[in-house]
Write a protein that binds this ligand. Structure first.
Ligand code: GTP
Length: 422
């Protein structure tokens, strides 16, 4: 009966008691087994100036020498003037769970005198990974999607103790809508406890002022008190002040710890009283890796819908629908016609300008010709007047005046003498 049928949104859910064990309580285990069989993947990008401890932190996080230290360029050798993108992949396993880890390094970022646009190759790399995924989704056969999207970007802040630099702000402003940003204070063992606290406050104020969204553990209503407490502790440590080291050293009280040894003591990487490394690892790997991946999906969806809109596909509340093709064709034709008439108008204007220039030039040369003609006419008339005068004097037998006739015979004589002398 159609009239009695309710839409899923308004249907009443009636709680029923089961008579025995049916088996769907096993669903989480099924999902677990399938995920373990398939393995997991995670792509993490590290961005920060050279020497801030990026490779050390990645190796410390995953307790493996995944990332080899870079060799310094020879003195005097030509340095690269662009930011590069390098992928380092490794399959790691822990208690039978496999993880395909990819670290995306960005050598060169922030290393130049002028760091304007040094974020461009990074933005391009993140977007092209989204594009690759989108292209695979649009294929007829999408049985196995190769996911290279960046799940997290650890941004290394120089331990200056002041506030964020312009390059930090510009980078985060451009990237926060495309990737899960995790800002960290690099080499925090170079700052005192108070310096770290005030530095964190200033960084957070800058982040808020510039409306930069950084990754925070989402708060779900159904979460238990312990998880809520854990999440708020993690959040209170952002931006994480970190210390990286893969070296094991002996403390004064005989413990073997990962840390950095100083004349005044040992900074322990895994000691929460010394730095926030454990909180970063907890968030990134132990509790929120899946959350980071899910959020990457949301960022990708935003990118995808923006791209689709730009291509002329509109999205309503639930589904994507094509814009009416006839209306689209009419719109395109109107746009094309408008473009053509604009071009025509521009060409007319250029043509008119050229004609006006030519006319002005012709008028000028005409005037010049007239002026020359007038000059020549005047001089010819003057000459004619003089000759007439001469003729009249000769006919009347009057001698020619020296000044007017050029000195007559005498002057002719003078001239010939002068000519002979020379
Ligand atoms: P590039 O490979 O050139 O990009 O440098 P990077 O950012 O990967 O730095 P790397 O990890 O190679 O560390 C550079 C130097 O800093 C090394 O001598 C490390 O031992 C040291 N270092 C790394 N982490 C820390 C830290 O947390 N504190 C201190 N004080 N030094 C660190």
């Amino acid at each position: 009966n159609v009239s009695k049928e309710q839409s899923p949104a308004v249907s009443n859910i009636v709680r029923k008691k089961l008579g025995g064990f049916v088996g769907f309580a096993n669903l989480p285990n099924q999902v677990h087994r399938k995920s373990v069989r398939k393995g997991f993947s995670f792509t993490c990008m590290v961005v920060g100036e050279s020497g801030l401890g990026k490779s050390t932190l990645v190796n410390t996080l995953f307790e493996t020498s995944l990332y080899q230290p870079k060799t310094l360029p020879e003195l005097g050798s030509e340095l690269s003037s662009t930011v590069g993108i390098e992928n380092i992949s490794a399959d790691i396993e822990e208690n039978g769970v496999r993880l395909k880890l990819t670290v995306v390094d960005t050598p060169g970022f922030g290393d130049f005198i002028n760091n304007d646009s040094s974020w461009d190759p990074i933005v391009t790399s993140i977007e092209s990974r989204f594009d690759q995924y989108l292209e695979q989704e649009n294929r007829v056969n999408r049985a196995k999607l190769n996911d290279n999207r960046v799940n997290a970007c650890i941004y290394f802040i120089q331990p200056t103790g002041h506030s964020l630099r312009q390059v930090d702000i510009e980078f985060m402003r451009r990237l926060h809508t495309k990737v899960n940003l995790i800002p960290v204070i690099a080499k925090s063992d170079t700052l005192s406890e108070e310096e770290v606290d005030s530095f964190k406050r200033r960084i957070l104020a800058d982040i808020e002022y510039h409306k930069i969204e950084i990754f925070k553990a989402p708060a779900y209503e159904m979460e238990d008190d312990e998880t809520i407490q854990e999440n708020s502790e993690i959040e209170s440590k952002i931006p994480f002040a970190i210390v990286g080291s893969t070296q094991t050293i002996q403390t004064g009280d005989g413990r073997s710890v990962r840390g950095r040894s100083y004349p005044w003591g040992v900074v322990e990487v895994d000691n929460e009283e010394h730095c926030d490394f454990t909180k970063l690892r907890q968030m990134m790997i132990r509790t929120h890796m899946e959350e980071l991946k899910e959020n990457t999906g949301i960022l990708y969806e935003n990118y995808r819908s923006e791209k689709m809109l730009a291509m002329g596909v509109q999205q309503d509340a639930t589904v994507f629908k094509e814009v009416n093709p006839t209306a689209k064709a009419v719109e395109e034709k109107t746009l094309h016609d408008a473009k053509l008439s604009k071009m025509e108008a521009e060409m007319k204007l250029v043509f008119q300008q050229k004609v006006q220039e030519k006319e002005a030039k012709l008028r000028q040369s005409e005037e010049e010709l007239y002026a020359r003609h007038r000059e020549m006419k005047e001089s010819l008339e003057k000459q004619r007047g003089e000759l007439d005068d001469k003729r009249r004097r000769l006919e009347s037998g009057r001698p020619l005046t020296p000044e007017r006739g050029g000195g007559g015979a005498q002057s002719t004589q003078k001239k010939s003498r002068g000519f002979l002398r020379s």
